[in-house]
Design a protein around this ligand. Sequence first.
Ligand code: ZN
Length: 135
Amino acid sequence: MSSPPRPVPDPDISGAPFWEAAARHELVLQTCASCGTIRHPPRPMCPACNSMEYTFEQASGRGRIWSWVIAHAPVLPSFAQKVPYNVVVVELDEGVRMVGNLFDVDNDAIEEGMPVTVDFDDVEEGVSLPVWRPQ
Ligand code: ZN
């Protein structure tokens, strides 16, 4: 019996531009067209001014490790070969936080505040996930 496929993002209408940009290896952030507040994850309404208008702007792709966990038990069969793996929360230079995996760093060497830069993991045709590497 083969294992089920790795789950991939299933974007809603607000999040689709983020994932379309990721597939092009570009990191973008939803930005309120009325007041300029940057928000992530994408959602329909600005929490600062209630505007429904927004754009997606190029992000710096840089940030720092804000928090992390090490997964030791696979929660899904498609991740069984990856344990133990890290899941990090990166605080981007733009001030929003993003969840992903940190590559090229031993799990026990991850530190709070570690500077990281974005890269993209091509997980299937047309689907790339933002991941992080040390700066
Ligand atoms: Zn706003």
